[in-house]
Design a protein around this ligand. Structure first.
Ligand code: CA
Length: 368
């Protein structure tokens, strides 16, 4: 059969022809695979440095899952921060169709919608386990989709760091007054809480943190946790490593898809993209949980990092400030109010159950 004979025939006929050409009869079984006329090539832009442990590799893993699960029907090429666009421009870039996929964290987009911040991390908010419960079974995902819809984007949870660390400091934090005048890299709502405590929050992408801390452009920084923080070498530029990450108790990473590109896919490929994100979401949390353990030991034993915990009174004051800051988002616009109320309602229920389950068990484990 000549190439022009294919024109005008359906995919089923194409598949049948392809199988016949291989010497197999399409009637010999029910597993005849429909092959598309061409491979779909997608680009994924990220806010992370290329191949950065956990986050960048999480983006790579998602891209590979989509390619592998689709049997190569969708090939995804990943671009690290700055390769195609600067990290904080990926939202607009995917929205405008420059790439089909973006990988980042939704609190970077509060300039687009204040409500976006509820889908990454809220100070003193939901843990990773609770966040996934809210998104998948508590109505959170539908709200996230509503927030991104005006931008022609479909969001998906695509990773979680678990509880982060509180950050790297060159002085001890013994009272809230020790945060006054402190210039610290801390994103999102946590940054606003620091401002209320008298500090100066600075928004910087990950790739610029070490140099800024080393040169004294910033006094302190948070990033993620032992696994990532070890890789960045913060222990060379700061003396104290504080716990816990009150500002990021279970940060959800995101994959957003250009809606038109997603809807142009056949149903099975749309399902593959969505479920690949679900697998990546779970896998990243497992990876962080495993690798943070080992990295913490390296920081303590090989680099003599001074581990500290924020005093109870400091955490209590930060929690009060956080409640104010988070509640104020509800005043910004009707959708933010809707998301805030849904989040708070779920949080109240989650706290009650977690007190009886996770907290009760963890206390029992460490006390026994
Ligand atoms: Ca962080």
């Amino acid at each position: 059969m000549k190439r022009r004979d294919f024109i005008g025939v359906g995919a089923g006929a194409l598949a049948a022809t392809a199988l016949s050409a291989c010497g197999e009869s399409p009637q010999s079984g029910t597993a005849a695979v429909m092959k598309p006329a061409e491979t779909i090539h997608w680009k994924m832009v990220t806010t992370w440095p290329k191949n950065f442990p956990g986050l960048g590799t999480g983006a790579n893993f998602l891209a590979k899952l989509i390619t592998d699960m689709s049997g190569g029907r969708i090939k995804v090429k990943v671009y690290g921060a700055k390769e195609l666009v600067p990290p904080f421009e990926i939202f607009d870039f995917v929205s405008n169709g420059g790439a089909q996929l973006g990988h980042g964290a939704s609190y970077y987009w509060k300039g687009k919608s204040e409500a976006a911040q509820f889908f990454s991390a809220v100070p003193f908010g939901l843990t990773a386990q609770e966040m996934n419960a809210w998104l998948y079974h508590g109505g959170g995902m539908a709200l996230w989709q509503e927030v991104y819809k005006p931008f022609g984007l479909v969001p998906m949870a695509a990773g979680n760091t678990g509880v982060q660390m509180g950050g790297w400091f060159n002085k001890e934090i013994n009272s809230l007054a020790d945060l006054k005048g402190l210039k610290m890299r801390i994103p999102g709502l946590g940054g606003e809480v620091l401002r209320r405590a008298g500090g100066t929050p600075v928004g910087l992408p990950g790739g610029e943190l070490f140099t800024s801390l080393e040169r004294g452009t910033i006094d302190a920084t948070e990033w993620v946790g032992p696994y990532n923080d070890l890789a960045f070498g913060f222990y060379k530029a700061a003396k104290y490593y504080y716990s816990p990450g009150w500002h990021e108790p279970g940060t959800t990473l995101e994959c957003f898809v250009n809606q038109k590109a997603l809807e142009a896919l056949p149903d099975d490929l749309q399902q593959i993209v969505k479920n690949a994100a679900r697998v990546a979401n779970q896998d990243m949390l497992a990876e962080y949980s495993a690798r943070n353990n080992a990295a913490l030991q390296t920081l303590l034993k090989e680099h003599n990092v001074q581990l500290r915990r924020f005093p109870k009174e400091v955490l209590s004051q930060l929690r009060q400030l956080s409640e104010q800051v988070v509640a104020e988002i509800a005043d910004k616009d009707p959708l933010s109010k809707k998301v805030y109320e849904a989040y708070q309602n779920f949080r109240t229920q989650a706290v009650a159950w977690s007190d009886l389950s996770e907290r009760a068990y963890l206390n029992a484990r460490s006390e026994s």
